[in-house]
Design a protein around this ligand. Structure first.
Ligand SMILES: [Zn+2]
Length: 315
């Protein structure tokens, strides 16, 4: 099979490798679509915890040998620690992610545990299924926020994570769903999913009940904190800047609550399958192996005009 390896920082190579062999516990998936998102371009820029060479890609959908259409729940957890026992597998003491600590979906096939497979409902296109994994992230953030439909919501970034949060908010008929992004494409898709206000610039005086930062840059986090009301919540999903200065006096004085949100449980992943039904096939840019590197470089150059880029390794 063909696979795309991250060899070192900013270096990918396409190689022909042996197809993995199925075992009692592991199934071989013919990959239809692998999402290319923040984890991949940040990994491309800085491999970090990845052991190289690494086949990246943790947002994977495809078919089993018997033709069942499946999405891969990519989080591997121990099922033994207190977090796992408490249905918080994303906080597992021994977690790992398919496509990060092990080989993932930038390949024609991938071997994954039986228990990681979730059947994709009939009627969902492969393009729509590319939103399952990012939307599962959005569901975790949304549930952490405990938002109600009376809350005035702000979302920074209209990539797949932001679109997922719009969908969660629209699902409970939120009256005020505000989203900011620099891309017209992305803002139009947010509108289509139910955002009530889309903008390229939040006025400094605006204050919101709940703010989601899906970008994770220094600028987006500062904006998120500044537009969070007193005594309100600000939820962070984006990973871009690992460390930054925060004005703690402001947090303390205004009792702002800063909360992190990391991936999803299997239940949230299943819920995402229902939420992606309104995603438009046209939002997805299908790429071949040869086109992935160019897309990752575009992201690094802050060109986020593509709504969702995916690898179609067998197309
Ligand atoms: Zn665990």
């Amino acid at each position: 099979m063909k696979a795309l390896f991250l060899e070192k920082q900013k270096t990918l190579s396409i190689k022909e490798v042996n197809t993995p062999i199925e075992t009692n516990d592991n199934v071989l998936i013919d990959i239809e679509v692998t999402g290319i998102g923040g984890s991949e371009y940040l990994g491309f820029n800085n491999p970090g915890i990845r052991s190289l060479p690494n086949i990246m890609g943790h947002s994977i959908c495809g078919t089993t040998e018997n033709g069942t259409r499946v999405a891969v729940y990519p989080l591997l957890s121990c099922n033994k620690c207190n977090y796992c026992k408490n249905n918080q597998s994303q906080l597992c003491d021994n977690w790992s992610l398919i496509g990060v600590q092990s080989n993932g979906g930038f390949a024609q096939k991938v071997l994954v545990p039986n228990k990681s497979l979730i059947e994709i409902p009939n009627g969902l296109s492969w393009e729509q299924s590319a939103f399952i994994e990012p939307f599962a992230n959005s569901i975790n953030a949304w549930e952490i926020s405990k938002a109600t439909n009376e809350d005035n919501i702000a979302i920074i970034g209209a990539g797949s994570l932001g679109l997922g949060i719009v969908t969660c908010a629209n699902n409970i008929n939120c009256k005020n769903i505000n989203i900011i992004d620099l891309s017209d494409n992305r803002l139009a898709s947010a509108k289509q999913l139910g955002a009530t206000k889309v903008t390229k610039n939040f006025n400094d005086n605006l204050q919101f009940d709940i703010v989601f930062d899906t970008v994770g840059s220094i600028e987006s986090r500062n904006l998120a904190i500044s537009i969070t009301k007193k005594n309100a919540k600000c939820i962070f999903l984006g990973f871009e800047a690992p460390i930054q200065n925060i004005n703690f006096s402001e947090l303390i004085r205004y009792q702002k609550q800063l909360i992190g949100s990391f991936v999803y449980t299997k239940e949230q992943f299943k819920k995402a399958m229902k939420l992606v039904q309104n995603c438009d096939n046209k939002w997805v840019k299908n790429l071949s192996f040869l086109e992935v590197e160019e897309q990752l470089n575009k992201y690094l150059e802050k060109d986020f005009s593509t709504i969702k880029a995916v690898l179609r390794p067998n197309k």
